[in-house]
Design a protein. Sequence first.
Length: 196
Amino acid sequence: MDTDRPAPYRAVLDEVAPRLRRLRTQRGLTLAALSEETGISKSTLSRLESGQRRPSLELLLPLAAAYHVPLDDLVGAPEVGDPRVRLTPRPLVHGGTVVPLTRTPGPLQAYKMLIPHRGTEPDLRTHEGYEWLYVLDGRLRLVLAEHDLILGPGEAAEFDTRLPHWFSSADERSVEVLSLFGRQGERMHVRAKPSG
């Protein structure tokens, strides 16, 4: 027993032996068959399963391969914490909410926006940059120079933001939009065109 190791590590190592025995039994393998498949002697396998031999990486890797399980499953590694990224919504200047999705600085920034109905009279603006909008839910009214467009879910628009533009929900319901915004000259690079 590893008395020099902290208690949590000893507890994890103590659980490896019964886990190895259980896996071999569930797969209906004998020690001889497992020894032949892994190249580990029967006596070493027996001592691993009884807890008389400390598991090492050199022994666990061939066993994980033989059982077709990740190494984490053999040692009972704790589950990784919640992988979700929790981002902070911010109010948009002209109403609505924006959630920055990009966590690092760079030429392109991604945002999720919830845009309310902002009335029927467009307040056109211009600024440096290039924008790509994709409607996730709802209907977006986009006024871009002389164009007045309504975009529905799954539709996208891209434009130079030096053109006068304005957008709003097309009706009383908010519209949910994914936006990629880049500095002037930065555009999305589309690698494949849709068929048809």
